[in-house]
Design a protein around this ligand. Sequence first.
Ligand code: MIC
Length: 643
Amino acid sequence: MAINLAHKLIESHLATGKLKAGEPIELIIDQTLAQDATGTMVMLEFEALGIPQVKTQISAQYVDHNLIQADYKNADDHLFLRSACRKYGIWYSRPGNGVSHPVHMSCFGIPGKTLLGSDSHTCAAGSMGMLAMGAGGLQVALAMAGRPFSITMPQVVGVELTGALPPWVSAKDIILEMLRRYNVKGGINKIFEYYGPGLKKLTAMDRHVIANMGQEMGATASVFPADDAVRLFLKQQQREEDFVEFHADPGANYDQHETIDLSTLEPMIACPSSPGKVVPVHEVAGKPVYQSYIGSSANPGLRDFVIPAKMVAGRMLSEGVSLDINPTSRQLLEDLSTNGALNELLQAGARLHQTGCNGCIGMGQAPASGRISLRTVPRNFPGRSGTEEDAVYLCSPETATASALCGKITDPREMDMEYPSWREPDQLADMRPTLLAPQDIPVKVKLEKGPNIKPLPQFKALENKIVGPVLLKAGDNVSTDEILPAGVEILPLRSNIPEISHYAFSRIDKQFYQRAKALNGNCFVVGGENYGQGSSREHAAIAPRYLGVCCVIAISMARIHRRNLINFGIVPLLFKRIEDYQSIVQDKVLRIENLAQQLHRSSTVTAHLEDGSGELEVQHNMSSEEVATVIAGGLINQVRNKI
Ligand code: MIC
């Protein structure tokens, strides 16, 4: 039988289970990555597991999110991470080296390997024939300890690309077109596998753009074959010896089929405030622009900076627009400065920021109130830029630059210039010397825990009778940015759960923390479809749990967040009937008796409305192992109990 690439990758790493969509499987993980905003938890969790050294082929820790050192907090975190890398045998990428996903690809990506990362955009490495997935930090810590990673076996959607992109249309427009078709939850429990003649002209970094934002559709992963484009990429990194050809068998089977004729695509844009609100650029053209943002893990390639540089060469940006350049990595910055593109950008009036994730996650660069920001980043959830009621649009570097030149949203095809030509260089600046390699012989290292590093909170086992109010009722597609926001004020608290919990649900209800504290007991949170979409930050589970949330009841849930809830002892429940979601109101008190028995016995859980007005039947889709985790009060307790 002709086997698709996703199945080949899964089969070669299968620890338990069968390749049957919907069934639980466990996968052996070859490589892990962490970034600093989630990495401090990963290291604390790894410490709690009591394992002396990582057991993976490669584990790497990047510092790319918490870069602004407004006080000691982020700096404390950096030192802690460096010491943890020394202690546990992990590569350390210091601040200034750049965004984890492209740097990992450049330094460590190998076709055919599995990669698990404590960042939802880890899936970007699917661009080079890897099975790469995002997960909560605890899952990554366990993978570092050599434990397999469990997921629900996804369906595989074969996306055939035909034709070639027209001028002014680039990889970002392909993934925006996918988002237009699938929206933010059409990819749940799916792997998107791209194939076909249209791949020929897409470089490994173009594919990274597409694989990265597969996460925005809720997909488990996206995969591309390891072909000549990947060989060239590895050659550019002086690692051609790591190339392994890897692709689907001819005529491979897929669970679902999708086709995109690239020649028919046009510049696309995602409107505020969801990556799924995609329209052609010309539909929103003419709106005044305040900021155009180039960079992030969603458009990290050299061409994503050089094309804008060529577009602005010899011109001046519109006077009212800030063109913010966020270099991906030290490598890219070096290449931009040697090939002259950096000067073109600066001379046109662009603004240079340090290498890293920066404004993508609200770490600076917040737009002015009521003004439009055009960004090449992967997400535009409400308020994520740091400005309340922001108006962030997601688009290609071409659209962002054309709009910065014209001062208004502009379809780049309208520019009075030829589409700049671009050829990948044979070699790029070498990144690896700036990474700190793990020592061959482990040395005794003390973890450097400055005052910003607080111990992990301990949670009790699940109570068998839960009585509490619905403390919050939320709508559809609530992202983790709304459950536990990021940004310059909150991100530095990632290593301090008591402090960060003050911000739980603050984007939805500014009084949530006070109300939870006043209650000082168990409570429920209710959500609509796709609850917890977006990031992998486990703080969006830990902080609510710390405040007494013991169950979330939603219509459906995003993969990573659902698992994070389980990992920290919050029961993920699902409405059986939409009407029940519609009729339940905030403050309604629920009572669940014999919860553990109910979870073990069947998929149905009965809750009683405490005012005597009846019963609410909900369901769960946890495996027996997941039920055991949640009953233990989370994965750390469960692992400890086993030891
Ligand atoms: C994001 O893009 O939302 C982040 C910040 O990279 C997160 C991780 C985090 O919250 O630290 C992600 O994508 O997982």
